[in-house]
Write a protein that binds this ligand. Sequence first.
Ligand SMILES: Cc1cc2nc3c(=O)[nH]c(=O)nc-3n(C[C@H](O)[C@H](O)[C@H](O)COP(=O)(O)OP(=O)(O)OC[C@H]3O[C@@H](n4cnc5c(N)ncnc54)[C@H](O)[C@@H]3O)c2cc1C
Length: 419
Amino acid sequence: MAEYSALSLLKNALTGNRDWKPAWRKPDPKPSYDVIVVGGGGHGLSTAYYLAKEHGITNVAVVEKGWLGSGNVGRNTTIVRSNYLYPQSIRFYEHSMRLWENLSHDLNYNVMFSQRGILNLAHTPAQFDDYARRGNAMRHGGGDAELLNPDQIARLYPGLDVSASARFPVVGGLLQPKAGTARHDAVAWGYARGADRRGVDIIENCEVTGFLRDGDRITGVTTSRGEIRAAKVAVAVAGSTGHVMKLAGIDKLPIESHLLQAFVSESLKPILPGVITWGGGHLYVSQSDKGGLVFGGDLDGYNSYAQRGNLPLVEEVMSELLAMFPAFARVRLLRSWGGVMDMSMDGSPIITTGPLPGMYLNCGWCYGGFKATPASGWCFAHTIARDEPHEINAPFTLDRFHRGILIDEKGQGPTPKLH
Ligand SMILES: Cc1cc2nc3c(=O)[nH]c(=O)nc-3n(C[C@H](O)[C@H](O)[C@H](O)COP(=O)(O)OP(=O)(O)OC[C@H]3O[C@@H](n4cnc5c(N)ncnc54)[C@H](O)[C@@H]3O)c2cc1C
């Protein structure tokens, strides 16, 4: 197993970097485990890591149909923030932020967490009032928030059109200074390495094709590499939730799968100090450490399990970016890609026991599951280990949809395009 220290970096640099060991093993599946986690994305891997680290449960398999990082954990625009309105969300995402702040140290793996701030632009007085309310709620919840006027915004973002003649004039903005970005692949690799070194088996190229049952109780999974039994089976498959849960006979969940695209440009000299979002529609952009503009917008607008997007949405996202930064019209686009999003009907996640005995479910991450990766795994591990949610994820169980206690962050309800 690779150990990372200043000494090992120096030694390997001097010997041509030929002696690095794989960061995690490639074990064959055992016949049974205490816990199987279905899905080797960020959430499945962090769940396995915290099961081992926080609860001493190490007889765990993470079963992944492709390779680690092939899902949304390797496809997102890497924004980490906790700028929510409702106390339940603030508590959860602030917990995630605290885990992020110590994550590289905890994993002994540089996840390149960079707290460069996120700025939400307001284009109408009503929108600015709304941001003031949200900023106050964030500060009440122990978070950080600052309202900025157009002059302060212009100083931060010199390329931004804040003139009165802009197509969408900037009235002000809400800044969360401790928000930022992290290297998405490194998060998956760091959690994988950390879980593996505590004894977790990470089994790639192993698709779950069905569930083993004893009456209602889930007792294991059938996979492309044979049957595996377990006392507990935890599902964390993000955009594939509907498909995988159907294999267990659950065909009604408050989740829809939708496609979200992302884009990266050629490298530029530093021009964006942090993450900035446009309030006239739905557009978020930051600059990677390599200099590329990393940005995205809305969903493609129809249910899909495809990982490639449509052209009208490309046009929409580009026009939004140029409304904000007209000078980016001369920047060349390098790549675009898509990922399948698990859109919940109130825009908030589900981390729950059930819906069947022996089963646990983690889904509904919508646009924002990357930033939740640490807290999601931490809370899901607690829920699996103790058979009940932690108080932080108690508001996010599945039965909120039965009881009508939704956490509707933007009042956008069941119209996934508006999530
Ligand atoms: C374009 C885009 C931009 C985004 N931008 C952001 C952002 O800036 N900030 C943010 O916070 N969030 C963002 N997100 C959302 C975030 O990436 C997701 O919410 C989060 O990654 C989902 O959790 P995950 O990492 O566990 O998912 P995934 O990485 O998708 O993991 C699920 C895994 O389950 C596996 N799987 C599926 N079916 C099976 C099966 N039958 N058997 C075994 N394994 C299976 C898949 O192969 C996959 O690896 C973005 C998403 C996309 C697509």
